[in-house]
Ligand binder design. Structure first.
Ligand code: 6PG
Length: 249
């Protein structure tokens, strides 16, 4: 069983392509969830949106992963959400529901979505209240947080130059950006950094520069601030996104 330990240095694994990224992520997902269920009787997972994890969600929904996982013992949360209704094609919940929840029959009480149809400030307050009722006695310690990386260095919905990156007390904030759907609700960096396991999934040549900057230690980018307090952080990166990393370049 993997013990949690403070580890600011991320584990980096480069894989050939998007298919290998999804397969490797699925194996890690199953492992971390199974370890959590054995240790604590349930697993808490926070999912990200964006295009990269979609192959992973589809893989988890089919055999052998769907039979290896006890979905009734997993509480699913969301890292962030765009402020749109849950059936909107831009909704992170909509994509996960279509690819995973409906396919394996995740019960409504196990799917803790961010209510993007509400005013952002209300959705943030409601989601934080939901988290506080699920994680009693301190910061939410997700067993697994899945993250993506934007070419500008954002992760979750924490964008460069925004004060949310330094938020220390709130678990959830709402934000307004000029990136795609601008109004969003997101876990804060402080909440993310309490996770036991954090897994970045990164694919695409347009990410190569930012991957090299973040993993090279550029401290000003939001993704560089992902440093779990006691957990572990892993990066799964495709070759196309990793080719500017020093040892591979
Ligand atoms: C979102 C995200 C965001 C995403 C990155 C990477 O809802 O958009 O949570 O942080 O993970 O923008 O997105 P891609 O996987 O589409 O490149």
């Amino acid at each position: 069983m993997a013990a949690n330990r403070s580890n600011h240095k991320p584990i980096v694994q480069v894989v050939p392509d998007g298919a290998a990224l999804a397969r490797t992520a699925a194996d890690l997902f199953v492992r971390f969830v199974q370890e959590a269920i054995v240790s604590r009787g349930r697993a808490t997972v926070a999912l990200s949106g964006g295009s990269t994890p979609q192959k992973l969600y589809a893989l988890l929904a089919g055999p052998p992963n769907s039979t290896r996982l006890d979905f009734s013992a997993i509480d699913f949360f969301f890292v962030d959400e765009r402020c749109v209704p849950p059936d909107d094609s831009e909704s992170n919940y909509c994509a996960v529901n279509r690819l995973l929840f409906r396919a394996v029959g995740v019960a409504a009480e196990k799917s803790h979505r961010i209510r993007g149809e509400l005013a952002p400030v209300v959705a943030a307050v409601e989601y934080e209240a939901e988290l506080r009722s699920c994680f009693r006695g301190g910061w939410p310690q997700f067993d697994l947080v899945l993250l993506g990386l934007g070419a500008d260095g954002h992760t979750a919905s924490i964008f460069p130059g925004e004060p949310t990156v330094s938020e220390r007390e709130a678990w959830v904030v709402h934000t307004e950006t000029d990136h795609g759907i601008g109004r969003r609700v997101t876990l804060t960096m402080a909440a993310i950094n309490h996770a036991r396991q954090i897994l970045f999934l990164v694919d695409g040549a347009e990410k190569a520069d930012v991957v090299a900057r973040v993993l090279g230690g550029a401290r000003e980018l939001p993704a560089s601030r992902v440093r779990p307090a006691t957990g572990e952080c892993r990066w799964l990166i495709t070759q196309s996104a990793a080719f500017k990393l020093p040892r591979l370049g």
